[in-house]
Design a protein around this ligand. Structure first.
Ligand code: ZN
Length: 269
């Protein structure tokens, strides 16, 4: 799937999950907490594609997420791609094909998803609000790039960086004091997982089983059969799927906000 679909799917899953937690488990979050979780999950849903450097992007016309913070994120993506390729070569078995780039390898696996979610939580636990502001800045930038891709392209990376900083700072000021922020790690992890699911329904697939070896292959690409796979950038993705994600997001948001709006007008439900 393309960037905007990934980001939108992350937002939809987080909003729907928050609604379900509230509805069925009585777990209530403040509107700010929901907004932060949604932005971080949308950003997290783009994170795995930060394994695609500028050159690769040009050749394949793929993700623009590496341009979120200008050359800084391009460099980050280049490093991530090389690390992924290194891990691929170090762990590949005899039947795994030779690769020249690491896109859709390490960052598209379940251990990576768990590591990123755990790492985020560990950073927040160790450094408190300072880690939070850094993670928010990074994730909000990715979310902006994904959710408002046309605007982000026109505005350029400098504006995106400034808006992300401002949003991160605002959140920093309004977030309750030093404590663990396990929901942030969860949001990043869920975002990465949603990304992998989004790629699985396209024909290229992802190495979801790594590191479980199958038929002398460690990096088996798992995807649904070509005949029913979603075409990247096709109508099913840009109209049907994005439509569904938008409707789910709107309904979940309405469901989350309705009780407090009704309460404000003293209407008992
Ligand atoms: Zn991907």
């Amino acid at each position: 799937m393309m960037g905007p679909s990934h980001a939108l799917s992350g937002a939809a899953v987080w909003l729907a999950g928050s609604w379900a937690l509230n509805q069925f488990a009585g777990y209530e979050q403040s509107p700010l907490a929901i907004a932060v979780g949604t932005a971080v999950c949308a950003g997290g849903a783009l994170f795995p594609d930060l394994d695609m450097s500028g050159k690769v992007t040009r050749n394949q016309g793929g993700a623009t997420v590496a341009r979120t913070f200008g050359v800084v994120s391009l460099f980050f993506a280049e490093v991530m791609e090389k690390i992924s390729l290194g891990v691929y070569h170090a762990t590949k078995l005899s039947k795994d094909p030779h690769r020249n780039n690491g896109h859709r390898t390490l960052t598209h696996t379940l251990p990576f998803t768990a590591l990123v979610g755990w790492g985020t939580t560990a950073l927040c636990t160790a450094y408190g609000k300072w880690a939070v502001i850094g993670i928010l800045f990074f994730m909000i930038g990715l979310a902006l790039r994904g959710l408002f891709d046309e605007w982000a392209k026109r505005a350029g990376w400098v504006i995106v960086t400034i808006v992300s900083l401002a949003a991160a700072y605002f959140t920093f000021l309004h977030l309750p004091g030093d404590r663990g922020y396990p929901m942030l790690g969860l949001a990043v992890g869920v975002g990465c997982f949603v990304h992998i699911m989004g790629d699985i329904i396209t024909s290229a697939g992802v190495p979801i089983l790594w590191p479980i070896p199958i038929k002398r292959r460690m990096w088996m690409m798992i995807g649904i059969p070509n005949k029913i796979a979603v075409k990247v950038g096709g109508k099913v993705e840009t109209v049907v799927l994005r439509g569904v994600f938008t409707v789910v997001s709107v309904l979940a948001t309405a469901g989350l906000l309705a009780p407090s709006v009704l309460r404000r007008f003293n209407i008992e439900v």
